[in-house]
Structures are given as structure tokens and as C-alpha cells.
Design a protein around this ligand. Structure first.
Ligand code: MN
Length: 227
């Protein structure tokens, strides 16, 4: 075997409630998976089903670390989301089998450069710079799947203690099982893949110094400060 010509990149990991670390392979995200959020963004959820985009694996911010305010934006926004961690992979998964591929669940933040996203939408361009920037995915500790019901539970985000987003996992357009099955038709899922499953209504602007607290009943929490 040939030597690596540069040092191998560090493996991003997410802490677990069991004291371990979950290695991150890829981060997939679902857009417009709650009808009320789709409407607040100017879309008709009855006419446009949810769809996928991605973030880099090393976009994760873990262990309650601070999140640097990103460059190249004047409108950073929060989206609190249920995160699914894939433990066993596969393709063309059946909806009825999909939850059996989940290692665990966490609370995450799909941070978004909303101004760049609006420009990308207007010009028909990709969302990568709007969604896939450095430190764009703060994620809390993973709770093993056996203790979680991903079909129901209050999902909330507070900024500096004020309630900004509130919804229920039951309001997802695609359930977690349906999302996994659908994604597995596009790519072969593999252990280490994370899936951010969309945000309820109430997205809004962030400033430096804001402290974000996301919670999902029965799943856990995430905290980060924008610096
Ligand atoms: Mn999102």
C-alpha cells in the first residue's frame, strides 16, 4: 500500500448518550418536510413534495461548541431538526424496514445563509454555499433508536430563551421511515450517514452572541452559541 501524501483528514464524530462517538460519513437533509414551514417560505406543500440536499460531514458542530458566524452572508437563519443516524446501510429499503437501519436520533440545527439561498433559488443554482458551509450543522448527542419513537414528539427551538420554533414530529410530510426509504432509492445508505429531516415553522435570523437551544421530546437537545 502506498503512503498517504498528506495526513488523513480527521474523522468527524457525534457524541452519543451512551458515552461513545458516532463516526459521520455523509450528511443528507430534507427540505420542506413540514407543511407550515413550506408555506412560510412561499411554497405549496400539496404541489411540491420534499426533496434532498447535502452538507459536508465535517460541517457538524458537536459537544455544545460555539458556532462561528459564517462569512459571505448578512442573513444567517436557524432551522431545528430531528437528526437520524444510519447504523446499517442498504438501497431500495422498504418503508416497513427502514427504521431498523437507524442507530439513533439527535437534535440538530440546519444553519442556512438565507440570502445566498434566495439568490440560488432565483438563479436556478445549487444550494451548496447556502447550506453546506463550515460549521453549518450543530448536532447534540445521539440517543439509541430503541428508546425513541420518531413519529411523534414536540420539537422546539429557543434563542436566548425565547421560543422561536415549535412543532411536532407528527407533522412531518414524509415520516422518518418514508424519508429513509425514499433517500435509499437515490443513494446506497451506509453506516455513518446522518439525515436531517426538515424543520417546522418559525425559522428566523441569528446574530452573533445568540444562544440556541433545540429540544425534541424523547430525543434530546442541542446547544450552541453564535460567535
Ligand atoms: Mn432544513
Amino acid at each position: 500500500m502506498r503512503d498517504l501524501v498528506i495526513p488523513a483528514p480527521a474523522l468527524p464524530t457525534v457524541p452519543t448518550s451512551t458515552g461513545g462517538r458516532f463516526p459521520v460519513r455523509r450528511v443528507f437533509c430534507v427540505s420542506r418536510n413540514y407543511a407550515a414551514h413550506a408555506r412560510e417560505m412561499g411554497h405549496d406543500p400539496d404541489r411540491e413534495p420534499p426533496f434532498f440536499f447535502t452538507k459536508p460531514a465535517d460541517a457538524v458542530v458537536v459537544d455544545d461548541a460555539d458556532t462561528p458566524y459564517p462569512t459571505m452572508t448578512d442573513r444567517l437563519e436557524h432551522e431545528v431538526e430531528l437528526v437520524v443516524a444510519i447504523g446499517t446501510g442498504g438501497s431500495d429499503l422498504a418503508v416497513d424496514d427502514a427504521l431498523g437501519h437507524v442507530w439513533g436520533y439527535a437534535v440538530g440545527l440546519d444553519l442556512t445563509r438565507r440570502d445566498l439561498q434566495a439568490e440560488a433559488k432565483r438563479l436556478g443554482r445549487p444550494w451548496d454555499t447556502a447550506k453546506g458551509f463550515d460549521a453549518s450543522a450543530p448536532i447534540g448527542a445521539l440517543t439509541p433508536a430503541a428508546g425513541v419513537d420518531p413519529t411523534t414528539g414536540t420539537i422546539e427551538l429557543r434563542v436566548n430563551g425565547d421560543l422561536r420554533q415549535s412543532g411536532d414530529l407528527a407533522d412531518q410530510i414524509w415520516s422518518v421511515a418514508e424519508t429513509i426509504a425514499e433517500l435509499s432509492r437515490f443513494v446506497t445508505l451506509a453506516p455513518g450517514d446522518l439525515l436531517m429531516t426538515g424543520t417546522p415553522e418559525g425559522v428566523g435570523v441569528l446574530d452573533r452572541g445568540d444562544v440556541l437551544d433545540g429540544t425534541i421530546a424523547g430525543v434530546g437537545s442541542v446547544r450552541t452559541r453564535i460567535v
